[in-house]
Structure formats: C-alpha cells, structure tokens
Design a protein around this ligand. Sequence first.
Ligand code: PDD
Length: 280
Amino acid sequence: DKVYRSGEIIRRSEAAVDIEDRGFQFADGIYEVVAIWNGSPFRLEEHLQRLMRSGRELDFNMPDIGWIKEECSDYLEEINCFSGDRDSYLYIQVSRGVSPRSHAYEDGLEPEIIMYARELEPKPEEYFSRGVRAILLPDERWSRCYIKSVALLPNVMAKKKAKKAGAYESILVRDGFITEGTSSNVFIVEAGEVITPPATNYILNGITRRAVLEIAEKLGFKCSRESVSRQRLLAADEVFLTGTTTEVMPVVEIDEFEIGEGSPGEITSRLQEEYWQLCR
Ligand code: PDD
C-alpha cells in the first residue's frame, strides 16, 4: 500500500499532509486522474500537459514535466502497476506548498506532489448498456473551469444532489447553456451529428472528450463544438457523458424528460465501443 509524496515512495499510513499545506487550507492545489487499463496509463502525456497548464495558470512553481513523468513511471513500476493484472486510477495532486497561513502566497514555494493508484471499482454494467439519469443544476462555479483545481465544492455538492435524486450526474447550466457535468463532459447527437460545447474557460477540456471527438471524426461523423442550450439538450436524439471515470456513458433521462427513445442511441453505443477498443 505505497504512495508517492514529493520524491519519496512511502507507506500510505506514513503519508501525512502538513496542516499548513495550502492545498489543505485554501484548496490551493491542482490534480489529474489517469486511468490505467491493462497496465497502461491512458494518455498520461496529455494529463501531465494539462497539469502543467493548470499550474502555470495559477502561478505554481511547477517542476519540469519530464521529471514528473519519470517520478510517475518509477512509482507505477514500484507498485507493479505495469503488470496489468488490475485496472486502476492514478491520482496526481500538486499543492502550491506549505507556509504559514496567509491568503496571498509567498513566491517560490516548493510544491508538494502526491501520487497514488487505487484499484478501479467497476461500475455496474447496466450504466453503460442501459444508460443513466442526469439532473440539471445551475453552474455555480468560478469562471476558470479549464483549470483542474482541487477546489471542488460546487462539484461535490452538485454530484451529491444527483445521487440523492437517484441520478448519476448533474449537468450544469450557465446562462441557459450547458457547460459540463460535475466530473464529466457532455455530448449530444442531433440528426447524426456529434455536438459538444466548445472548450472555453467554462469547462474542463477532458482528455476523454478529445479522444471521443477524434474517434467520431475518424468514423466520419460530423462533429461540432457548439453551445448547447438547455432546450436543445432535452430535445437531442442522444446524450452521453465522457470522462476518465465515466468513460462513454449514455444518458437516457434528464430531470423528468426522456432522451430519444429512453435507451442508449446508436451513435453513442458505437463511440462507446470504439473508445473501449482504444483504451481498455
Ligand atoms: N474529473 N469536467 C470536469 C469538471 C471533470 O472533473 C472531469 C474529470 C472531466 C473529464 O475530464 P477527463 O476526460 O480528462 O477525465 C470534465 C476527474 C475524473 C475527477 O475529478 O475525478
């Protein structure tokens, strides 16, 4: 049960966080979640690039990406992740660092980096085969959602609301247009065309989102990055979610409205299949 903390691989029980860690006190931290299928991390490079970007945007004193990649490899090797006998998620978090509590950070703080892999608990197969429900909620987050920050309270509260409503995900709405899910991106299918909101500052540009767009384009589907209003979402032929932990998941009901025929659409199922071919 080993974890990585700033240069060391130690037992989980020994991996304490300083009470003045800024990630802990101010949510002054960033993170990535990477899926490891059959011993191979899915698009690790893209995740690390996004981590670097999040760090740059927040003025973190980020280490070199090559160094992080090596630390990551060494850790995965150490815990025998590459053997591929179990699928897992790798969690990577970088906090700005540790210093006496003060809102304005000191320059040049040494970031704290933690990494650990956790065996993936498979989701119920019917989520993928029969689809899930979602609810709509106002997007109450700040306007820099392209940064993958650990400041996730709005997401946490919205996800819990979904759970309480017996739904898998909350789809967030800002000014009448959908942005994304609390931990996933949203796609619709309209007359055979695959549509997803553009990667503005209001969404996280998911690695899975990009992979699915690539797949859809390769299969010859027309793809658009366009704003999607609430009404347009509800009237879509198909709706699905994408994400590292969500994969490609059909949505068959939103609030009290049935989507399409109330079962996963043909194009969604095709993209789901191709996505699994690519990563699993
Ligand atoms: N969440 N949008 C948000 C707000 C997210 O938190 C995530 C991922 C995504 C999908 O991104 P990707 O395809 O790169 O995983 C979109 C991770 C999995 C999490 O917080 O657990």
